[in-house]
Design a protein around this ligand. Structure first.
Ligand code: B1M
Length: 217
């Protein structure tokens, strides 16, 4: 199978909600020496985007979203470890990362965490549905340089503002840089809520994290 055919098959497995096929294809892609990041961006992400479009247009339903998400996760479980170079390296910065309260979307947030880890950041991934209190406690406990918040719903992105306010009230805002992302989040939203930076995807999240802590990329 050529790499283009592989990307297309990976996209199809996610679009059709087939976790076992997606995992088998991911393994086949690695065995064939294909770039795991390209498989994620040009294969899996294309598939899950199509699931989202079908959901928006009423051709797909919640179970399709769930199965698409499961298929993407099963392939990522195989591809993500291959993104790590397994080299011992100095920690360039500490990041607390999570998806905000009321939001159960984890795939993009986890991918951002994997890419940051692969690039020398020590990441504490809190998971999904995290309250302002959860974020604050983690920032204090880890002495994080960066707090990263993911939100995938227009309703939950407001929670990013709540958390920034809570950081201010807790006297922590000056100690930590705030980075936001997720499908409905934009640069102008980031500016509006007083975040320090916005990243559109996992690759730009790495550049942004380096810039936020003034480290050479
Ligand atoms: Co949901 N969902 N979903 N969903 N879902 C969306 C987001 C939606 C756009 C689909 C649609 O209508 N087209 C829509 C939101 C509409 C809106 O608010 N504007 C939607 C909806 C409506 C819902 C429910 C309300 C459906 C319902 O119940 N009726 C419900 C809400 C549940 C909740 O959270 N309370 C729901 C549920 C779900 C599932 C749980 C079933 C499932 C998630 C499974 C999981 O995560 N384990 C799911 C899925 C799979 C999706 C879509 C199809 C795909 C999301 C995804 O994983 N994308 C999504 C449609 C879409 O986004 N196109 C959709 C792949 C991932 C790699 O991309 O997450 O964007 P993304 O992450 C990117 C960037 O955004 C960025 O980098 C990542 C990697 O490149 N990024 C960051 C993300 N976080 C970042 C943080 C950063 C920096 C960059 O710094 C900290």
């Amino acid at each position: 199978m050529t790499k283009e055919e592989m990307y297309s098959q990976l996209a199809k497995a996610v679009e059709e909600g087939e976790p076992e096929d997606a995992a088998a294809l991911a393994q086949q892609a690695l065995d064939s020496g294909y770039d795991p990041l390209a498989c994620i961006n040009q294969g899996l992400t294309v598939g899950i985007t199509r699931v989202g479009e079908s959901f928006s247009s009423g051709e797909a339903y919640l179970p399709d979203l769930i199965l698409g998400g499961e298929a993407m996760k099963s392939a990522l479980a195989i591809l993500e470890p291959a993104l790590m170079d397994n080299q011992e390296r100095e920690v360039v910065g500490r990041v607390v990362l999570g998806t905000v309260k009321g939001d159960l979307h984890e795939i993009g947030k986890t991918l951002v965490g994997t890419m940051l880890t692969a690039n020398g950041f020590q990441v504490t991934d809190l998971g999904i549905d995290q309250s302002a209190e959860d974020f604050l406690v983690a920032v204090k406990e880890t002495g994080a340089d960066i707090l990263g918040m993911s939100a995938l719903l227009t309703t939950t992105m407001r929670e990013q503002q709540t958390i920034i306010n809570a950081l201010k009230e807790g006297g922590l805002r000056d100690q930590v840089k705030v980075m936001v992302g997720g499908a409905p989040v934009t640069q102008s939203w980031a500016e509006q809520i007083g975040a320090d930076g916005y990243a559109e995807d996992a690759i730009s999240a790495i550049d942004l994290a380096y810039r936020l802590i003034d480290a050479p990329a």
